[in-house]
Design a protein around this ligand. Structure first.
Ligand code: CA
Length: 229
């Protein structure tokens, strides 16, 4: 079974580009030229990943995210133009999984598709492993112990929770709002700068070179991502 990718995009050049590049990589490509068709094709074909352009001729891409999320957990990878920063944050908060800024490279897109597929497979398996491993990082969720390359880190409760959220969704971007909701609940009154402070502390403890982090990547204006490769 080859993974099915649904591309919702009105730009014929991007559709043509994916039509020639995705099938040789082992993906089946479905195409929708507008949002309504995208929502309908998702319901009909149940794709493995949706690639969604935010600027569509009929309904807003964010509206497409909302409608897809009412019915399915299909990973959604958003394509946004430069300058659409708030749109992509809104799309992520509405339930999209990741984003790419146009123009993007094919290797970038393929890497993001693979992260989305891996994550979906893990969510479906729902094994609730007690020990999570990403690269040299290990989190023992039962003992709440974090090690990097075998060395135990002394983390505060907030640092531990931030790392846990990122490791559980390794490779995926987590928005500031999502992170704060996961850690302090939906009614939190914390501000984003607290998150930056905790993240800086966590980097100092976890990264060999905190100025050039290997794992804890900042996505400017959006949030954070734990790098997997
Ligand atoms: Ca467009």
């Amino acid at each position: 079974m080859t993974p099915k990718i649904l591309l919702v995009e009105d730009d014929p050049q991007i559709r043509r580009l994916l039509r020639v590049t995705l099938p040789p990589e082992g993906f089946t490509l479905l195409e929708a030229e507008n949002g309504e068709s995208g929502v309908a094709q998702n319901a009909e074909h149940n794709p493995d990943v949706i690639i969604l352009d935010l600027g569509l001729p009929d309904i807003d891409g964010i509206e497409v995210v909302r409608r897809v999320r009412e019915k399915s957990a299909t990973p959604i990878l958003v394509l946004s133009a430069r300058g659409q920063d708030q749109d992509k944050v809104n799309a992520l908060d509405a339930g999209a999984d990741d984003y790419l800024t146009k123009p993007f490279s094919m290797p970038e897109l393929l890497a993001r598709i693979r992260v989305a597929l891996r994550h979906a497979a893990r969510t479906a398996g729902e094994t609730a492993e007690s020990v999570l491993t990403v690269g040299e990082i290990q989190i023992d969720q039962v003992r709440r112990v974090v090690t990097v390359g075998g060395h135990e880190l002394a983390l505060t409760a907030n640092e531990y929770l931030i790392l846990l959220v990122l490791v559980r969704q390794a490779g995926k971007v987590i928005t500031h709002r999502q992170m704060m909701k996961e850690i302090w609940g939906p009614n939190n009154i914390m501000e984003t700068h607290y998150l930056r402070v905790f993240m800086a502390q966590l980097r100092r403890k976890l990264e060999k070179d905190p100025a050039r982090p290997r794992y804890l990547i900042t996505e400017p204006g959006v949030g954070y991502r734990l790098k997997v490769d």
